[in-house]
Design a protein around this ligand. Structure first.
Ligand code: FAD
Length: 310
């Protein structure tokens, strides 16, 4: 059995495993993909002290850093269920989809999130070639260019306002007949000179020249007319989905499915911690996820030294 078992090996999980192992306690990490979302990222330019790197390189560095320590790594394993300890200080059980069961005194859930796709032709083909999901990450790559934002909720409208300050022109495309974002954001957006808004607009295709994005097609749902917008980038902002399905009924989740955590990464179950994009912590970024992973491990250690072993 483990003292600390980390579920997920993205930035949050890797940081948690390193911080736990440095305390000399029995540490395991179980995950489907070592590196998490960073594997799908082209350039990373905002991990402080690393001016520029690439996603797969960053993921490999995460794994190499974890391997410096005595950590039991179980990669390519999916977790299906978490069963909290029956009594305080007891062992929680983590069930894998291959049927195996792992026992640990504390569990850190760092299973991350995934961006909801719009599922139109061109989206997959031009991912990282003009199709983007994170304005904080990729906005500066489109400096002086034309982009579209798909989605008129809070994240879409915030993204459009943010991008309008960086790029030449923003077209916001919303499926519904009005923007769903808070009025203060909508008013701000409408005040910007380089933003165009289309509601009742169904994105039908992201077009490209084979190398990179060159346009977006949408259908006006009122007139039925098809339109094409010439541009260089498309930001898809229709939701970030936490990988927390397997925790329903076990941990308290927000209405968005995020694990509810406090400032020390405690969840609603003693001995179980949450870190990174899967939690309610705002601003889903690598540097934030690593900090949260470190915090969760220190909280788990704190719990272990205060709770008698079973
Ligand atoms: P993740 O990276 O999502 O890792 C989750 C881990 O949990 C993975 O190992 C996954 O396999 C595992 N997992 C999930 N479910 C299960 C399960 N049931 N069983 C077992 N394992 C499971 N951020 C930046 O700061 N800068 C950038 O430039 C940047 N660019 C980005 C570009 C793209 C295309 C994307 C998608 C994201 C980008 N981000 C960027 C955001 C950043 O990648 C995330 O904030 C960060 O990876 C979150 O780390 P995490 O450890 O919380 O989760």
């Amino acid at each position: 059995p483990f003292d600390v078992l980390v579920v997920g090996a993205g930035p949050a999980g890797a940081a948690a495993a390193i911080y736990a192992a440095r305390k000399g306690i029995r540490t395991g990490i179980v995950a489907e993909r070592f590196g998490g979302q960073t594997l799908d990222t082209l350039g990373i330019e905002n991990f402080i002290s690393v001016p520029e790197t690439e996603g797969p390189k960053f993921a490999a560095a995460l794994e190499a850093h974890v391997r410096v320590y005595d950590v039991d790594i179980m990669a390519n394993q999916k977790v299906d269920q978490l069963v909290p300890a029956a009594q305080p200080g007891g062992y929680a059980t983590v069930k894998l989809s291959n049927g195996a069961e792992l026992k640990s005194r504390t569990v850190i859930v760092a299973t991350g999130a995934r961006w909801r796709n719009v599922n139109v032709p061109g989206e997959q083909a031009y991912k990282t070639k003009g199709v983007a999901y994170c304005p904080h990450c990729d906005g500066p790559l489109f400096k002086g260019k034309r982009v579209a934002v798909i989605g008129g909720g809070n994240s879409g409208v915030e993204a459009a306002i943010d991008l309008a300050g960086v790029v030449a022109h923003v077209t916001l495309v919303e499926f519904a007949d009005q923007l769903k974002a808070d009025a203060v954001l909508v008013n701000k957006l409408k005040s910007l000179p380089n933003v165009e808004i289309h509601v009742s607009a169904q994105t039908t295709e992201i077009t490209g020249d084979g190398q990179k994005v060159n346009g977006l097609k949408y259908k006006d749902r009122v007139s039925g007319e098809e339109h094409t917008v010439a541009l260089e980038g498309v930001f898809v902002q229709i939701g970030l989905v936490p990988n927390s399905e397997f925790l329903k009924g076990t941990l308290e989740l927000s209405k968005f499915g995020e694990i509810v955590v406090d400032a020390k990464c405690h969840t609603s179950v003693p001995g179980v911690y949450g870190a990174g994009d899967v939690t309610t912590v705002p601003y889903k970024q690598i540097i934030i996820a690593t900090g949260e992973g470190a915090k969760a491990a220190l909280s788990a250690f704190d719990h272990l030294i205060r709770t008698p072993a079973p």
